[in-house]
Design a protein around this ligand. Structure first.
Ligand code: 5GP
Ligand code: MG
Length: 493
């Protein structure tokens, strides 16, 4: 049982997700399963697909990987229809329960609607409290559910107008896909914190978190959904598909999340018109310029650190070697919920390639340091494999501030950078001979080609700078709860 069945006090803020939807294709559910498979890196805890066959909605939601369930022809057969949407999800807050798995579905006055959300609302708890005080019955502890309630309460006429009305009341990040009986809708928050793209497969529109989900099914990339844009794809009575776009939330400059480039997105994706791989490689090049070191070998912490390590090696002229081998049959370190298991997970995932390490001065390249758990384990492992020196170079700046928009970073005090006075102390704690981080301008330059515009930053970088792009109502405003005192949800799954 839970202490907090309504999710009124829970920290529902940390969720990593991917979304996908397609309209007008006879194999909509199969294509959605493939799209979700390509987006699996965005969430490995649960996956769901909702389809509509012209008469009825069908829903399959499961804990586990996409391939654990949606490769079963029986499961896909239970998702008939010409439109489908799906979601992959990972949550850090312990509520690994089926009723939180998306897409969430509701039967409304205006007909059924399914929604899938990547991102997090920073007024989700506040809205939830208000809704529950007003008589709403919440089924999940996910902040996404408030959108369904806001749609249900909206006085607007059509389902898409109600969807827009609901999204106008949330703050934070959303890349959202919704599906009604005739429409597939894609929407991005006014800052465009999380990515969402529009694709096309033989005239059938697709929404997906990343372009890699289009590539897997041979679909064309049409364009990014703009920040603050709502795109409605509708299937008409004669089967024609129409697409309309609006900017109902007002215009703002885009501020995509830099962490998509640092860690989150797949390297073969093009996010915001920029190759993620090229951005990561540039990070490594800039890192080598900013923080050179005399060494014999550049070794990536795979897979996250690999593109940056290639860049570092090219720029420095130090040979690149795979000094750490990654086991691909375990999930990401981060998916293990407790600190002790997380530490254990690193050993399951990485092993030292002694032949390339023994007797050498090693530069280890990782994409980021969050808690420092990975670095401690890796340094110990590299030393045990005979390294003479271990220098860590990190392809992003130090993280001082928690994220509230859909990236899994922990509370303020668990961040390594907040536990030590400087990089020297951090290096000592990790056991490295030296430790250096890419500068914020080095990162901006790697991603967008220019330094940070401090008057109007081109991206959101709040975890590095504390400059949050939205209000944080749940932490500071009407909801009034200190970030450090928000209790974690406890629920048996
Ligand atoms: P740490 O072990 O320092 O807590 O985390 C750093 C490692 O986790 C890095 O190797 C990086 O690849 C990965 N990582 C960094 N940020 C995130 C994130 O937001 N979500 C997940 N799942 N992993 C992350
Ligand atoms: Mg990593």
């Amino acid at each position: 049982m839970t202490d907090d069945p309504l999710g009124l006090h829970g920290d529902t803020l940390h969720e990593e997700c991917g979304v996908f939807g397609i309209l007008g294709h006879p194999e909509a559910a199969t294509l959605t399963a493939l799209g979700l498979h390509a987006l699996q890196h965005r969430g490995q805890e649960a996956a769901g697909i909702v389809s509509f066959d012209g008469r009825q909605f069908h829903s399959e939601r499961h804990l586990g990987l996409v391939g654990d369930h949606f490769t079963d022809p029986g499961v896909v057969k239970r998702l008939p229809g010409h439109m489908a949407m799906g979601h992959v999800r990972y949550s850090t807050t312990g509520e690994t329960i089926l009723r939180n798995v998306q897409p969430l579905f509701a039967e409304l006055e205006v007909g059924g609607i399914a929604i899938g959300h990547n991102g997090n609302f920073t007024n989700g708890l506040t809205l939830r409290r208000e809704l529950i005080a007003g008589g709403a019955i919440c089924q999940s502890t996910s902040d996404t559910e408030v959108v369904l309630h806001l749609i249900a309460r909206s006085r607007k006429k059509g389902s898409d107008e109600r969807f827009v009305d609901a999204l106008g009341q949330v703050e934070g990040a959303f890349a959202m896909v919704a599906m009604t009986r005739t429409k597939l809708i894609g929407a991005r928050d006014p800052n465009g914190i999380r990515p969402l793209v529009l694709g096309d497969l033989d005239g059938k529109p697709i929404f997906a978190s990343e372009t890699c989900a289009l590539d897997i099914i041979g679909a064309k990339f049409v364009r990014d959904v703009k920040n603050g844009e709502v795109i409605v794809a509708e299937i008409q009575a004669d089967g024609r598909i129409t697409i309309t776009s609006s900017m109902p939330f007002g215009q703002k400059p885009e501020r995509l999340c830099l962490f998509e480039y640092v860690y989150f997105a797949r390297p073969d994706s093009v996010v915001g018109g920029r190759s993620v791989y090229a951005a990561r490689k540039n990070m490594g090049i800039n890192l080598a310029k900013e923080h050179p070191v005399e060494a014999d070998v550049v070794v990536p912490v795979p897979d996250g650190g690999t593109p940056a390590a290639i860049g570092y090696a090219q720029q420095s002229g130090i040979p690149f070697e795979l000094g750490i081998i990654r086991n691909h049959y375990v999930g990401r370190t981060f998916i293990e919920p407790t600190q002790s298991i997380r530490a254990f997970g690193v050993k399951l995932k990485h092993s030292a390639n002694r032949a390339e390490i023994d007797g050498k001065r090693v530069v280890l390249i990782d994409d980021s340091i969050v808690r420092g758990t990975t670095s401690i384990k890796i340094v110990q492992m590299i030393r045990e494999a005979g390294a003479r020196e271990v220098h860590i170079r990190v392809a992003s700046p130090m993280i001082f501030h928690p994220d509230y928009y859909g990236i899994d970073t922990p509370d303020h005090d668990s961040l390594l950078a907040n536990q030590h006075a400087d990089v020297v102390a951090m290096a000592r704690y990790i056991g490295a001979d030296s430790l250096q981080f890419l500068s914020i301008d080095g990162l901006y330059q790697a991603v967008g080609g220019e330094a940070r515009n401090n008057a109007a930053p081109q991206f959101t970088d709040h975890y590095f700078t504390g400059d949050y792009p939205t209000t944080l109502t749940d932490l500071t405003g009407r909801g009034k709860s200190d970030p450090k005192t928000i209790s974690l949800m406890r629920e048996a799954s």
